[in-house]
Design a protein around this ligand. Structure first.
Ligand code: ADE
Length: 244
């Protein structure tokens, strides 16, 4: 996959994109990443990229000519999605990340200041994504969150043991608890089933723990989960125990 990022703060990406999984994805040739400074497309000597809004009010707006030029400078194939990170976009979910991970190319545009001129949106932006219902000072952190969520789903990035399918949210359920050595820590043990060596029982326990945690913390997710008869019976048992 090739990802181009357009930003006014290119240095923000260097640490995140050169550590851990993102470094590995690039090192293994699974991700070609480039960051472009929107300011390079400013026409004037002062490298001015923003201006005050027509109609008054506070804040500054990214100029449409500068932004559209910056997008056109990197967009070599007409079909590549151009995604603006903004609090007004559709909210990023696991499903959205999975769809984006199948694209050969993404162009991410980081908004700043009060926002971008609407004509740049109309002319050059094909999608708009938010990472949640809160406002950041710019789209850079949101772009990094999106890149991480998407790139780890590219086959090969997490290695052979990659367990993306077991991730929280991959099947609309949260993951249950995990344990590792030591067998006892500050008086707390490990559920006996996990050391029983009985794989079918372990799988059953994990499924039930995932259902329980989702029911307790994010019951809204259960509406989209694929549930078996056994799952439904287990959830009913939880409800009965809680007196619901
Ligand atoms: N820019 C500012 N806030 C944002 C958010 N919540 N998601 C994506 N981009 C943003």
């Amino acid at each position: 996959m090739k990802i181009d990022v357009l930003t006014l703060f290119p240095d923000m990406f260097s640490a995140v994109m050169s550590e851990s999984m993102m470094w590995k994805a690039r090192e293994f040739g699974l991700l070609d990443f480039a960051v472009h400074d929107i300011r390079d497309q400013a026409a004037n000597k002062q490298r001015k990229v923003d201006d005050s809004p027509y109609g008054g009010g506070g804040g500054m707006i990214l100029k449409p000519d500068v932004l559209v030029r910056a997008i056109e400078a990197v967009k070599s194939d007409a079909d590549a999605p151009v995604i603006l990170l903004s609090p007004q976009g559709r909210v990023l979910t696991h499903q959205a990340a999975a769809e984006l991970s199948r694209q050969p190319r993404l162009i991410l545009v980081c908004g700043h200041y009060e926002g971008v001129d609407e004509r740049a949106r109309e002319l050059a932006i094909s999608d708009e994504i938010s990472i949640g219902d809160y406002v950041l000072t710019g789209g850079e952190l949101a772009a990094m969150v999106l890149i991480d969520a998407v790139v780890r789903l590219i086959p090969g990035v997490l290695g052979a043991e990659g367990a993306q399918h077991r991730d929280s949210h991959a099947n609309s359920l949260l993951e249950g608890p995990h344990y590792t050595r030591p067998p006892e820590f500050r008086g707390l043990g490990v559920p006996a089933v996990l050391t029983s060596g009985h794989h079918a029982e372990v799988d059953r326990w994990r499924r039930q723990q995932a259902l329980k945690r989702t029911w307790e913390r994010r019951p809204d997710l259960l509406e989209n989960a694929a549930l078996s008869e056994e799952d439904r019976a287990f959830l009913q048992q939880l409800r009965n125990e809680a007196g619901d």
